[in-house]
Design a protein around this ligand. Structure first.
Ligand SMILES: NC(=O)c1ccc[n+]([C@@H]2O[C@H](COP(=O)([O-])OP(=O)(O)OC[C@H]3O[C@@H](n4cnc5c(N)ncnc54)[C@H](OP(=O)(O)O)[C@@H]3O)[C@@H](O)[C@H]2O)c1
Length: 253
């Protein structure tokens, strides 16, 4: 199948590691021009070096998406340098954690508000160029009880609602909005490696609860993000694609 991604201009904040880094790698392989960031200047510089010489190109600089003015400036800079934007993939997270008031604020600001701000910047540019695709990275922890009551699950859940409503609003401008909700994904240096090292019993239970007895990989999520973000998914909008190897047990109607 031809995804039709060659030459697409893609903005992916918070993308030097894990799932989104894999998305960046795959988009470059498809011949896209991709803008990346993370909070660390060194990591962004190293990532850009690693990405150079591929079929597509990569640009970027350090930016904390939680800093409203710098994040909005970064987005505008990236749009200008790319000459527009066709695809936006916001997937930053403050992560899970204790059910404290501080975590609720942090999750709201990082996970929700930065996504809303990002959409508000990129949508006018997409309208100008006749359309685009926006793919949020959400989580199965929003669609089934998981890990106890906490801001992460609820705030990511609010993005599912926002994405659906946004898809209705911008559909007539040729812009599709979808979510990809991964289950637990294992990679070196990721949260599940940390949980394996510090909460081995719980990690083993989560692993066993997967029908295939293992966690997913960044690549298995990235494959789905690329499809949903590509012109090949032209008739898919307002959906939430669960990518969890059957980990969640609900029936999806
Ligand atoms: N891993 C999983 O099992 C899993 C499961 C379901 C959903 N998800 C979701 O998938 C997304 C990616 O998670 P991941 O586990 O693959 O990666 P991750 O370990 O959360 O790292 C993601 C990237 O985000 C950057 N980052 C974090 N905070 C930032 C900020 N404020 N501003 C700019 N960059 C920032 C990090 O770089 P710096 O630290 O250098 O800034 C890193 O490059 C998240 O939304 C997560 O909730 C993950």
């Amino acid at each position: 199948m031809e995804l039709g991604l060659k030459g697409k201009r893609v903005i992916i904040p918070a993308s030097t590691k894990g799932i989104l880094r894999r998305v960046v790698d795959q988009l470059i392989d498809e011949g896209c021009d991709v803008a990346i960031c993370s909070r660390s200047e060194d990591t962004v510089a190293r990532t850009l070096r690693e990405l150079s010489g591929g079929k597509g190109s990569a640009i970027g600089r350090a930016c904390d998406v939680n800093d409203k003015s710098d994040y909005e400036a970064w987005l505008e800079e990236m749009v200008e340098q790319l000459g527009g934007v066709d695809i936006f993939i916001p997937g930053v997270s403050a992560g899970g954690g204790a059910d404290s008031e501080r975590n609720w604020w942090k999750s709201f600001e990082v996970d929700v508000l930065s996504t809303v701000r990002g959409c508000e910047v990129v949508i006018p540019h997409m309208r100008e160029s006749g359309g685009g695709a926006i793919t949020f990275i959400t989580t199965t922890a929003s669609v089934e009880t998981f890990g106890g009551p906490q801001a992460y699950n609820a705030m990511k859940g609010s993005l599912l609602v926002y994405a659906k409503q946004l898809s209705q609003e911008v559909g007539r401008d040729g812009i599709r909005v979808n979510c990809v909700s991964p289950g637990p994904i294992y990679f070196e240096g990721g949260v599940w490696q940390m949980l394996k090292d510090t909460m081995a019993k719980w990690f083993a239970k989560v692993e066993k609860d997967h029908p295939s007895g293992r966690l997913g990989t960044p690549e298995e999520v990235s494959n789905c993000v690329l499809f949903l973000s590509s012109p090949a998914a032209s008739w898919v909008s307002g959906t939430n694609l669960i990518v969890d190897g059957g980990f969640t047990k609900r029936v999806q109607f």
